[in-house]
Design a binder for this molecule. Structure first.
Ligand code: SAM
Length: 314
């Protein structure tokens, strides 16, 4: 024996060990690059949710390898920043930040490392601890992707590329439309190394072009319980406004006003019973007790003797 069954089963797990990648996920980024040419012209890259570091290894080998061969863009130095909640072993040419991608301080730290310059490429393979409850997992994954998108709007150059893990659940189209606000090209890709049985795929978002006047922010009222809706109102293009339409004749009765019973001076008010009374209203028992003069009596029965025969009074 000696080898685990997983070792025998998964070719990418074996290949990763043979080629010295820290995780089999390295092949996912390599295959995405094969399809989309992700690294062409890229000198500054950010790897969000990077631990244990196989995507950072790919970035390091690809970008720095080109630098070593003298193929880098003229005068441009390769810079790679990797962020994760967890610490990870050092990698050549990769600056590490141990931080949370939902925090604005992490975005600021990335910008500091690039000395005010923006990134050409942001990748995010972030995944929360899976609970096994599909709806919950999909929701948390979507929130992580939105956090990655938020941070990307702070650090990515116009025209840049964003690649992120996505769960293709039932609400995935909502995420696509959110991404389409910021990128002219959004593609969902499934590398061969990503198991077919997994709901995981990757969005490749090309040509970063935020709405004019968009100010990057990290607000996500769903995640941030200290979010103050009164003070943190989104403004300008950050705020999505849908049309508000008042319908009906504006000179008609106002549903919030109280009117006298006799509306027409020439016409006496006349009671009209409801067309269909409620079947079993909660006040039915009180109506019965009042009719039988028992409402305020201590010995009143607690249950109406025959509710079904009583017509409710409205
Ligand atoms: N791409 C990595 C590689 O190739 O080695 C693997 C990433 S692993 C699938 C997912 C990572 O997301 C974990 O290391 C986890 O710590 C990180 N993560 C989850 N939530 C995070 C957050 N809010 N901020 C930063 N990292 C986070």
């Amino acid at each position: 024996m000696g080898r685990s069954s997983k070792d025998k089963r998964d070719i990418y797990y074996r290949l990763a060990k043979e080629e010295g990648w820290r995780a089999r996920s390295a092949f996912k980024l390599l295959q995405l690059d094969h399809e989309f040419n992700l690294f062409t012209g890229v000198n500054r890259a950010v790897d969000l949710c990077a631990a244990p570091g196989s995507w950072s290894q790919v970035l390091s080998r690809k970008l720095r390898g080109r630098e070593e061969k003298g193929e880098e863009e003229k005068g441009e130095e390769v810079k790679i920043v990797a962020v994760d909640l967890q610490a990870m072993a050092p990698l050549p040419g990769v600056t590490q930040i141990q931080g949370d991608i939902t925090k604005v301080s992490t975005a600021q730290e990335i910008i500091r490392h690039f000395e005010g310059q923006t990134a050409d490429l942001v990748v995010c393979d972030g995944a929360p601890d899976v609970t096994g409850l599909h709806d919950v997992d999909e929701y948390i994954q979507a929130q992580l992707l939105l956090a990655a998108l938020n941070i990307t709007t702070h650090v990515l150059k116009p025209g840049g590329t964003f690649v992120a893990k996505i769960f293709r659940g039932k609400d995935v189209t909502l995420l696509y439309s959110q991404l389409k606000i910021f990128f002219s090209g959004v593609t969902c890709a499934k590398p061969r190394s990503s198991r077919n049985s997994s709901i995981e795929a990757f969005v490749v978002c090309q040509n970063y072009s935020p709405p004019e006047g968009y100010i990057p922010n990290m607000s996500n009222p769903l995640l941030d319980h200290s979010y103050d809706v009164d003070f943190n109102q989104l403004e300008g293009p950050n705020r999505v406004i849908v049309p508000f339409l008042a319908c009906g004749d504006l000179s008609a009765f106002d549903s919030d006003r109280t009117y006298p019973l006799q509306l027409d001076a020439d016409k006496q008010y006349q009671y009209t019973p409801p067309t269909q009374p409620p079947i079993s209203p909660p006040y039915q028992q009180a109506c019965h007790l009042r009719k039988t003069n028992l409402l305020s009596r201590e010995d009143a029965p607690s249950v109406c003797p025959d509710q079904s025969r009583d017509e409710p009074e409205l």
